[in-house]
Design a protein around this ligand. Structure first.
Ligand code: SF4
Length: 320
């Protein structure tokens, strides 16, 4: 039977990595922890303010269901008024059970919209057979969602990335792009038009798995189209899982480190004015050319006027 034909309860769920939540007490504790972590992230990064129109991007995976569920709970007691609309992009992947999300969203009474756009045909036409399609697929998805947000006046776009995604992306950039850069909890899109927020930034993936299980969300797997995620991401995930196994708590330690950065203890002169550090006098320092040529070269001004610029991930960095 094709997945599209499956009744709601039969939509395959992801295999939970964590132990199932044993009783109501534990389930309540888990729900409370998630609300606490999401509330803290919202406050720490100023993610939501009075009058915001928040578009929650819903893929049908455990992360976005959890995000929507926890935000709806927090909305009831929030110190500010904001609206929530769940938005899903039906990308027309073969096997996508298109009835699942409308049925679920109607059952909980949340405002929602399903965008229908056949990005799947585009991706499968452009990407050679056997190659991973996820990167282009995600880019097209992002484009469609951002366009919808802009035309409908949403002030915030909420995504379901969690703590483990943030750590994972950090290592991907470190190992494969030689960059200390990650996935920030809040960012301005490259065109400056959208504020993207990730309220699950402090939440562990295995907590989300356990939560999704207790809530019985009708999970739609993201691999219905048969594409595999890219090899580098897989390698990093495998490494992190092994590290966590060898030293429980290591992912949490690394996630905390992402929020405790000391530019003066790294080696990026764009972030920290090493030239001015301990400098005696006002004379300009010789530049690299002068040092390499071994001549008393014309000095270039070295005093750095630090001003913020944005890197490609939307993070503010300082640049001379
Ligand atoms: S698994 Fe398929 S639907 Fe999911 S991101 Fe990759 S290409 Fe897109």
């Amino acid at each position: 039977m094709h997945t599209m034909d499956l009744p709601l309860a039969d939509v395959p769920a992801r295999t939970p990595r964590s132990a199932p939540v044993a009783n109501k007490y534990q389930a309540d504790k888990l729900a409370k922890r998630l609300r606490h972590q999401v509330g803290r992230a919202i406050a720490d990064f100023g993610m939501i303010e009075d009058g915001d129109k928040v578009m929650v991007c819903l893929s049908g995976g455990k992360d976005s269901y959890t995000l929507l569920d926890v935000l709806l709970q927090l909305q009831k007691k929030a110190p500010v008024n904001f609206s929530i609309t769940a938005v899903n992009l039906d990308q027309k992947q073969p096997g996508f059970p298109e009835h699942v999300l409308p049925e679920y969203l109607s059952s909980i009474g949340v405002d929602y919209h399903i965008i229908e756009q056949d990005t799947y045909s585009v991706v499968s036409r452009v990407i050679p057979e056997g190659k991973t399609m996820c990167s282009l697929c995600s880019r097209l998805r992002r484009g469609a969602l951002y366009t919808y947000a802009e035309t409908h006046g949403f002030t915030k776009i909420a995504l379901g990335h969690h703590r483990d995604d943030l750590v994972n992306t950090f290592f991907l950039n470190l190992f494969f792009h030689a960059k200390l850069s990650g996935m920030p909890p809040k960012l301005l899109s490259d065109d400056g038009k959208h504020v993207v927020i990730r309220p699950l930034a402090y939440v562990r993936e295995d907590d989300i798995e356990a939560y999704a299980e207790t809530k019985g969300f009708p999970i739609i797997p993201c691999n219905l189209c048969g594409s595999q995620e890219n090899l580098q991401r897989k390698q990093v995930k495998k490494m992190l899982v092994q590290w966590e196994k060898d030293a429980p708590g290591r992912i949490e330690t690394m996630a905390r480190a992402l929020g405790d950065i000391r530019p003066s203890q790294l080696s990026d002169p764009k972030l920290f004015d090493f030239l001015a550090l301990g400098k005696r006098g006002d004379d300009a320092l010789p530049n690299a050319h002068a040092w390499l040529a071994g001549t008393a070269a014309e000095a270039e001004p070295v005093a750095m006027a630090l001003h913020p610029v944005r890197n490609h991930d939307g993070l503010d960095i300082l640049k001379s």
